[in-house]
Design a protein around this ligand. Structure first.
Ligand code: GLC
Length: 453
């Protein structure tokens, strides 16, 4: 190898080692995070100000006997999903029809931007619903609204504040069900009756608990990150209640300069600190910052740096889906990654070590994300059952868990590391589309309690 290339490789190796050090969450750190998370949960339950809002949902887990046909609207990620769902009892759920539409189409519309209003956004949701039902149909609707909301009843939620970089105007502080109901009226859908509004974590737990009596934790590892659980002794309720922790806002965490840089340039600096380290909305940008640093230090892409066009110089030019592509690239020459670089950075012939460096960085970030999420689950388990005497199921939905190579296995390994000989008591399982199905279950519970009145 020529001397210059050798020097560069050494620089790259050292750069990667430094990234490894700052992005590694050690075993003792996970235990410390679990402990602090548990204490923050207790503080939140006691109504003290702190990172965890601990929002009650007005729901417990389902009996499994809920039946009927319901509409579900699942809103809060990249796409809005509207489904017609049949609950058939004992964990059997059939999705009769489903449509999924992006909330933004570059150059056409963007309902997540500050240029759009809540009225327009909900009008768009109502249009999607109209695409799925026949005029005049009467169907109860469950609504998954995946943002922090103050729940005033099972059917009344007020948006506390947007997260995940959503900026839609005139929505914060508003009654979400009212906005939906008004939009349905404007659309002429008079028979579509919103009866329940829930968080997506709650939907995920409901869907899992419909067929699994041990399910007591629901989590999303997707565009955003958050967890809920079945609180056995809620302070202001009789009997168990599902609590939306809004764990993405947890902030007692070891941050590095890249985390701080990302936070400074986010829509809400200082908020959603855990989410900014764990979720798909932010992981790509975090990786871009790390790659950019190596480029600026002269250890990566030097041969190409003069003519790179987009990545890594352009903000948000890397998404979590691209990280998945790199992580899943099993080809000898990492040809998928090379093709991506050609398309997104205009880079023609990156060195093999440079391609594998990208894979390494993607892996460091997803591993850290999985270990942080696992540490918070351990905090929740401590509240539920400190000695893990009973079996527990953690149901997880979201693109990161479902699609990012390595994320789910690192999550499991990290839990095993934390819980040690009791780890076998805890099952982690995917709840694909759980958040939408959970909305139908919440609607069934609400409709049944209406009938009893
Ligand atoms: C954000 C929202 C939270 C939601 C999560 C996953 O953290 O604040 O309510 O559950 O994203 O979608």
């Amino acid at each position: 190898m020529k001397e210059r290339e050798l020097k560069k490789n050494n620089g790259l190796d050292a750069g990667l080692r430094a990234l490894h050090d700052i992005f590694t969450v050690t075993g003792p750190q996970m235990l410390d995070i679990a402990e602090k998370f548990y204490e923050a949960m207790l503080a939140g339950l006691a109504g003290q100000k702190g990172p965890l809002k601990m929002l009650p949902s007005f729901l417990s887990v389902p009996t499994g006997k809920e039946c009927g046909v319901f509409l579900s609207v699942d809103f809060g990620g990249t796409n809005v999903r509207v489904s017609l769902i049949e609950l058939r009892g004992n964990g059997r759920i059939t999705v009769i029809k489903k449509i999924s539409t992006p909330l933004k189409e570059p150059g056409r519309y963007d309902y997540t931007s500050s240029a759009a209003t809540g009225r327009e956004l909900f009008g768009f949701l109502a249009e999607q619903i109209a695409g799925l039902v026949r005029p005049g149909e009467n169907i109860p609707l469950g609504h998954t609204f995946s943002f922090p909301t103050e729940m005033r009843s099972l059917n009344q939620a007020v948006l506390i504040g947007w997260t995940k970089e959503f900026k839609t105007g005139m929505t914060e502080g508003r009654d979400i069900t009212l906005l939906l109901r008004e939009a349905l009226q404007r659309q002429g859908l008079h028979g579509i009756r919103p009866v329940a509004v829930i968080n997506d974590t709650v939907g995920t737990l409901l869907a899992a608990a419909y067929g699994d009596p041990h399910a007591d934790i629901g989590s999303i590892c997707g565009t955003g990150h958050n967890t809920c659980y079945l609180e056995p002794r809620p302070p202001h309720h009789n009997g168990p209640v599902i609590i939306n922790i809004e764990s993405g806002n947890f902030d007692m965490l070891p941050l590095n300069d890249f985390d701080r840089q990302l936070d400074r340039h986010s829509e809400k600096p200082g908020e959603q600190v855990l989410e900014k380290m764990v979720s798909g909305r932010y992981l790509g940008e975090l990786m871009r910052l790390a790659v950019l640093d190596l480029v600026q230090k002269g250890c990566l892409f030097q041969k190409n740096s003069g003519n790179i066009t987009g990545f890594p110089f352009k903000n948000n030019s890397l998404g979590a889906e691209h990280m998945s592509l790199m992580l899943g690239d099993g080809s000898d020459g990492l040809t998928g990654t090379a093709a991506w670089l050609k398309e997104h950075a205009g880079m023609r012939d990156p060195l093999p070590v440079e391609l594998s460096a990208l894979k390494t960085i993607a892996s460091l970030l997803t591993t850290r994300a999985a270990r942080l999420a696992a540490a918070t689950y351990a905090g929740v388990l401590r509240r539920l059952d400190p000695f893990l005497k009973l079996p527990h199921t953690i149901a997880v939905d979201g693109s990161l868990y479902e699609k990012t190579p390595g994320f789910a296995s690192h999550l499991r390994l990290a839990l095993d590391e934390i819980l040690r000989e009791r780890a076998g008591q805890v099952t982690v399982k995917p709840a694909k589309d759980g958040s939408g199905m959970g909305a139908a279950i919440a609607a069934a519970i609400a409709a049944a309690s209406e009938e009893m009145l």
